[in-house]
Design a protein around this ligand. Sequence first.
Ligand code: SF4
Length: 310
Amino acid sequence: MSITGLHLLLSYQCTNECDHCFVYSSPSARGTMSLRFARNAIHQAQDVKGMEEIWFEGGEPFLLYPVLMNAAWYAAMVGFRIGIVTNGYFATTVEDAMEWLRPLVELPEIALSVSEDVYHGSDEGDNPAARTREAARRLGIEADAVSIEQPCGVVIEHEKGEPILGGGVRFRGRAADRLADDPSLPRKPWHEFTECPDEDWDRVGRLHLDGYGNVFACQGVVIGNLDARTLREIVREYEPDTHPIIGPLKRGGPAELVRHYDLPLKGEYLDACQLCFLARRALRERRPDLLAPPVVYGEDPGDASQGEQD
Ligand code: SF4
């Protein structure tokens, strides 16, 4: 692994329920991290060689405002760069948003990533995301816009040989269920998806951690749980070749996952992530420890089969 970043999913709860969300966040989703758990994870991140930055995301991390501020300050004080992903829902006005962001101004290295697209109201002109970015600009906080648009049939670029459809959507999570029906979108046979477009399994660069203690390579693909092992142990003991899900993905992408487990998914798909997500969901009953939590797979958001940490 070449880990440089730990991304804390403070909660799966969000103000929105976007069609393209790959962790199935919604107002009723749970999986909320306590402050004690977040600070302990940050403390453990100090033991991981090469770790440089802590990101806070979700769900919507500003829904847990006191936890977010306390944990962000703690992470900065122990020497990490800080990043926060938000939809800026709190920005009733630019001036109000400045008050929400003001406690972050003194952090030595802080960046905001603001979701600003049609799913988050960017077609409404003066929208919360735009107001948040303007507030950040006035306060001298770096802020980028993250934009996912409605998928269209135009291939805009290729990554590792895989086409990315216009709009930039990856068809995993809720996008695999809600955005994939359009018959005008181009599809390819399952056996052509022989590579994961995003992950280099030998050199995973960032990990995600949720409030259930799951540590992910890609969201929903668990490589360990903080209930059972420390972050350092999970990183040290990570072996992609023998991981029952990552092994096939590494050898031959989602197509190999389908072949290896003989899954009834031998049709046509929009991208590698759609086939991968559907294959993993089909395998969840067999490996609920490695394919978790239920909310990421679109199962009951109130599901309490995994306990939240405290
Ligand atoms: S192919 Fe699978 S593992 Fe790779 S980025 Fe897509 S969903 Fe994640």
